[in-house]
Design a protein around this ligand. Structure first.
Ligand code: ADP
Length: 349
């Protein structure tokens, strides 16, 4: 069997534990040795007890927990070649050359850089006398599979990311709570939700909560939007509507670039993710984790890294760098206020 390591990196999201559990159990089921790398790339660079063998039972009782039990971190060291060299040593000395990276586009970019560097890093380690030529020859490259954990569903190449559905549940619960206490007061409520570049959560939450208005980063209104909004609200009041819900993505701006969220604080409710992962995210993590191990089993040192994505209701493998580059192109277009390009790039093709 192969030796596989799993780690979570970057921002955490609900359902990551289910993915970790699934990688561990599918790996063991298929006869692999499976390791946890705690604290993401920092644990890979520091080695020692951060890299520990997983057992079947070590992932019991985690599927219902939020966040990630193996820790996540931002790691400056891994951005430097010297840090990646330490990480390479820590992996090869344990015979680990199959990685499942659970994180966002930053973490997946780092994984890709690591793989490209691998042969050169081993050469340096041989030259330093840290490892033998023989050991290096046994592990000419690393195989990498990525799973995307992200609450705002901002990654190109998969219909859903691990954590999005739970975030949506939290938002809906918050909106429902506001509605049930506020119906008697005749008010308009503004609910701010996550999403710096991506309006997915705001848009879907608006549909699911019967919101009257929704502001997303991809579709900025004209700068006199307040007048338009107030006028429509007063018409609705005139027609007898007692409550209005307005959903704003945190990154929503108007066409002049002013944040929609500015100056609306009296009626403000902010929704943050957290709590227990939804059934959907548990199952998504479970399926993606199992597929990740199956993909690794078929990979050779020549195989390019892939991402496990959900396409319709199927698990599919897509080239990692293609997804990352497209995701970054969307972010660039959003920063340049080229919304049309961003939306086009994010669509399926
Ligand atoms: P996310 O994975 O959620 O997008 P970050 O962008 O913060 O989060 O990335 C998480 C970690 O991945 C970073 O702290 C760093 O260790 C590593 N990383 C990100 N980008 C790169 C890169 N270009 N090269 C090497 N490592 C990177």
């Amino acid at each position: 069997g192969r030796t596989v390591a799993v780690f979570t990196s970057g921002g955490d999201s609900q359902g990551m534990n289910s993915a970790v559990r699934s990688v561990v159990r599918m790996g063991i089921y298929l006869g692999c040795r499976v390791y946890f790398i705690n604290e993401g790339y920092q644990g890979m660079v520091d080695g020692g007890e951060h890299i520990a063998e997983a057992t079947w039972n070590s992932v019991s009782d985690i599927i219902q927990k939020g966040g990630t039990i193996i820790g996540s971190a931002r790691c400056a060291d891994f951005r430097e070649r010297e840090g990646r060299k330490k990480a390479a040593y820590n992996l090869i000395s344990r015979g680990i050359t199959n990685l499942v990276c659970i994180g966002g586009d930053g973490s997946l970019t780092g994984a890709n850089t690591f793989r490209k560097d691998w042969p050169g890093l081993l050469e340096e380690l041989i030259k330093d006398g840290t490892i033998s030529q023989e050991l290096a020859d046994q592990h000419p490259n690393i195989q990498i599979v990525g799973l995307v954990g992200s609450i705002d569903n901002d990654f190109c190449g998969t219909d859903m990311t691990i954590g999005t559905d739970t975030a949506l549940q939290r938002i809906i619960e918050a909106v429902d709570a506001v509605v049930s206490t506020a119906q008697s007061h005749q008010r308009a409520f503004v609910v701010e939700v996550m999403g710096r570049h991506c309006g997915y959560l705001a848009l879907v939450a608006a549909l699911a909560s019967e919101a009257d208005f929704c502001f997303i980063p991809e579709w900025p209104p004209p700068s006199n939007w307040r007048d338009i909004l107030c006028q429509k609200l007063s018409v609705m009041r005139g027609e007898g509507q007692r409550l209005n819900i307005i959903i704003v993505a945190e990154g929503a701006i108007d066409r002049d670039g002013t944040a929609i969220s500015a100056d609306m604080s009296p009626f403000w409710v902010t929704c943050k993710e957290g709590g227990h992962p939804s059934a959907f995210d548990r199952i998504l993590g479970c399926r993606m984790g199992a597929e990740a191990v199956l993909a690794l089993m078929e990979m050779t040192p020549e195989s390019e890294p892939c991402v496990i994505s959900i396409d319709g209701n199927s698990m599919v493998r897509v080239p990692l760098m293609q997804c990352v580059e497209r995701t970054q192109a969307v972010q660039k277009a959003m920063n340049e206020k080229d919304w049309e390009t961003a939306v086009r790039l994010r669509g399926r093709s």
